[in-house]
Ligand binder design. Structure first.
Ligand SMILES: NC(=O)c1ccc[n+]([C@@H]2O[C@H](COP(=O)([O-])OP(=O)(O)OC[C@H]3O[C@@H](n4cnc5c(N)ncnc54)[C@H](OP(=O)(O)O)[C@@H]3O)[C@@H](O)[C@H]2O)c1
Length: 255
């Protein structure tokens, strides 16, 4: 699946959660291509550190878990960066939980859903009118290899990522006759705060590969294991998912 490549020299890109990990790796690639890049996140310290290493970055402190904050971010972007034409919905968290636990905290569950799923959908809604008026634009959503292989150890996370995969596909068809394209990045385990620093693909190599394929106009981009998983039949998904049971936390049950 490909489309005519975007003009990345002239692009104005907002990356949510761009202060670390994959978001920061992609921010660097866009800057190198000549794009204007804005990163967001909750921790001012992470945004400041990112800006110190990449001085051309613009930053905006923001919590995408809150609807009012998302509205504030969209308004700030439109006022301060009126040529914004790429949104990368990258901010995400993953909670390792046991679905059978009776001690699960709903507030924490809800926050995971808000960050990973509500935020991308809401931000796209807030920016659609503006994006439709641009000469070219893209919504780029981060799903996961775990959108395809249900992670037994993180069931809510997997559900949010599967939903983002569906939503991106459905939106791609809805925007088909417009200048707005829908891209999905499907990371495997990548070294980061979320992915862990011991196992996983090196962040630089992953971001380099993703950026090259993005620049070539690809619309659904995996890497090594996630590229394999996204194309594998359901039988393989079931087998890998069952094998993940050993990574589950023990259930917290009170009798
Ligand atoms: N690494 C992997 O193995 C892997 C695999 C598959 C998919 N992914 C996806 O890739 C994306 C990036 O993750 P990563 O691996 O780069 O992890 P990361 O280094 O932990 O980055 C996540 C970023 O999201 C930001 N964030 C979290 N909650 C936020 C909120 N409420 N509002 C605004 N920003 C928020 C964090 O900044 P603050 O804490 O400062 O807010 C952080 O900069 C996520 O969507 C993740 O699900 C990662």
């Amino acid at each position: 699946m490909t489309q005519t490549p975007l003009d990345l020299k002239a692009a104005v890109v907002c990356i949510t959660g761009g202060g670390s990990g994959i978001g920061l790796g992609l921010a660097e690639k866009f800057l190198q291509a000549g794009s204007t890049v804005i990163i967001t996140g909750r921790r001012e310290s992470a945004l400041k550190a990112a800006q110190e290493s990449l001085p051309k970055l613009h930053t905006f402190q923001n919590d995408v878990a809150e609807a009012s904050e998302r509205t504030k971010l969209a308004a700030w972007l439109l006022e301060n960066h009126p040529k914004l034409n790429i949104l990368i919905n990258n901010a995400g968290i993953m909670r390792r939980v046991n679905a059978t636990s009776q001690a699960e905290d709903w507030a924490e569950t809800q926050k995971e859903i808000a960050i990973n799923l509500e935020a991308p959908i809401h931000l796209m809604q807030l920016l659609t009118t503006h994006f439709l008026k641009q000469p070219e634009a893209a919504f780029i959503n981060l799903s996961s290899g775990l959108a395809f292989v249900p992670p037994t150890f993180a069931p809510v996370y997997g559900a949010t990522k599967a939903a983002i995969h569906q939503f991106t596909m459905a939106s791609r068809h809805a925007y088909a006759n417009t200048k707005v394209r829908l891209v999905e990045i499907v990371p495997p385990q990548v070294q980061s705060n979320l992915g862990g620093t011991e196992k996983g693909e090196p962040t630089e190599a992953f971001c380099k590969s993703v950026f090259e394929r993005l620049a070539a106009g690809e619309l659904e981009i995996g890497y090594n294991k996630s590229e394999e998983w996204r194309q594998a039949p359901r039988q393989v998904h079931e087998q890998v998912s069952a094998g993940m049971a050993k990574m589950m936390r023990p259930p917290q049950i009170s009798i």
